[in-house]
Ligand binder design. Structure first.
Ligand code: HEM
Ligand SMILES: *[C@@H]1O[C@H](CO)[C@@H](O)[C@H](O)[C@H]1NC(C)=O
Ligand SMILES: *[C@@H]1O[C@H](CO)[C@@H](O)[C@H](O)[C@H]1NC(C)=O
Ligand SMILES: *[C@@H]1O[C@H](CO)[C@@H](O)[C@H](O)[C@H]1NC(C)=O
Length: 362
């Protein structure tokens, strides 16, 4: 009996060694052919918005996240005494504050009733951030963006899956199901269920996540999150029940902005083990502890819902690559976003005859 247990133990130990993972911390693992897929995704996305809007003579919206719930102003303030390993880029100087805009949005390609299950986007743009930026043709821009959504796991782990998914969705349900089942995409289906089908009560009381990894200085890799908190006590705020009207998220945002200031904590979690917190697979949630680095305050304000106000919101271009090198986006999904976001933003601005310029002040 004892011998059996010993053998079993030996087997377990041997297998866990065989399974030893060779991935290194802070290291990306690009696939040789991935830029081919990336170019194809960008072309498909542009083709889609061309067919959806331009050819019908309509104002061109984003391919994903086309419904803005609003673009309030915010202030992003670095906390005092953050651990020295995180003092890079915008976090270099204690107590430094930046003016910012946040664009809250739906996730799916169409503008829907707010009760329809969807993912929700959080796009933060800090202003007055000096230093060379990563987009080759926007190196002098003074903005730093953080683009996330309301779930910690993205639902596609690779660029080639995104490409197939994109094609399948447009081709119709049956092909999509065949691909998911045939390819045994069970992890993705489960993540998609969580990522795409959420209903929220208020965009200001929802937590958002980067889902994908970023540099924080040359030696640390993190994912970030923004958590709604009470401005005075710092205690996390829970979301309220959904509303009924078509645009209740905008209506409630407007009410909240009129009533009192609201806050989020900006948190990061580190990659500590490159196998448990993989760089190239945003379907895997990281479970390392979150550390607070900054406070986002959304001051009392009037949400501008005039035609001009709405146009301002559509006119903004967010990209994880509007970034200092110290916050470089990492992993295959982020590498794809560099090309895709730029291509679609350029196309829609050109078609809408709007200049594509980063905002400087508010
Ligand atoms: C390969 C992966 C991805 C592709 C191809 C993709 C594609 C796009 C596209 C085409 C847009 C519209 C950009 C524009 O016209 O300005 C967009 C916007 C957006 N995406 Fe993604 N996306 C990807 C991954 C992600 C991930 C992982 C997240 C969050 C966790 C995310 C969150 C957002 C948000 C919040 C916006 C709206 C930004 C705004 O308000 O302007 N995306 N995405
Ligand atoms: C958009 O559609 C028009 C009309 O079909 C076509 O001439 C044009 O080349 C398309 N543009 C892009 C970038 O696909
Ligand atoms: C931090 O403060 C120093 C000294 O005031 C300044 O030179 C530097 O530009 C600041 N860094 C950032 C990232 O703003
Ligand atoms: C769009 O953005 C550009 C650059 O910030 C600005 O010049 C233009 O006036 C904006 N248009 C609207 C309608 O806000």
């Amino acid at each position: 009996m004892k011998a059996h247990i010993l053998i079993l133990l030996l087997l377990v130990v041997t297998f866990s060694f065989c399974d030893e993972c060779k991935l290194k911390l802070n290291k990306e693992y690009p696939e040789p052919e991935e830029q081919v897929d990336v170019k194809e995704i960008a072309a498909l996305v542009v083709k889609t918005i061309n067919e959806t809007y331009v050819q019908k003579g309509e104002f061109v919206r984003r391919d994903a996240h086309p419904k803005a719930h609003g673009c309030p102003r915010a202030i992003f303030k670095v906390l005092d005494n953050i651990p020295s390993e995180f003092r890079h880029g915008i976090f270099t100087n204690s107590s430094q504050s930046y003016k910012a805009y946040i664009r809250f949005s739906n996730g799916s390609p169409s503008v829907n009733h707010d009760l329809r299950p969807d993912s929700r986007g959080f796009a933060l743009k800090l202003l007055g951030v000096h230093g060379k930026k990563l987009l080759e043709d926007e190196q002098d821009a003074t903005t730093q963006d953080f683009v996330g959504a309301n779930k910690p796991e993205f639902f596609l782990s690779t660029t080639s899956d995104y490409l197939t998914f994109f094609k399948m969705v447009r081709r119709g349900g049956l092909d999509l199901i065949k691909w998911l089942i045939g390819g045994q995409k069970f992890r993705e289906v489960n993540a998609a269920r969580k990522f795409i089908f959420t209903v929220i009560g208020n965009v200001l009381s929802t937590q958002y996540f980067s889902a994908t990894p970023y540099r924080l200085g040359p030696e640390v890799t993190v994912k970030w999150s923004v958590q709604p908190v009470d401005c005075y006590t710092g205690v996390p705020v829970s979301d309220r029940l959904p509303g009924m009207s078509n645009d209740y998220l905008t209506e409630r945002l407007k009410e909240s902005l009129n009533a009192e200031e609201t806050c989020f904590d900006f948190l990061v979690q580190k990659q500590e083990n490159a196998c448990e917190q993989p760089m190239e697979d945003p379907v895997t949630e990281w479970t390392t502890p979150f550390v607070r680095l900054a406070r986002i305050t959304v001051p009392v304000q009037e949400l501008d819902q005039s035609e001009e106000g709405k146009l301002f919101c559509e006119n903004l271009s967010f990209s994880p690559w509007h970034s200092l090198e110290a916050h470089q986006p990492l992993g295959n999904v982020n590498r794809a976003r560099k090309v895709v976001y730029r291509a679609t933003s350029s196309f829609r601005h050109a078609q809408n005859h709007e200049p594509r310029v980063e905002p400087k002040e508010w």
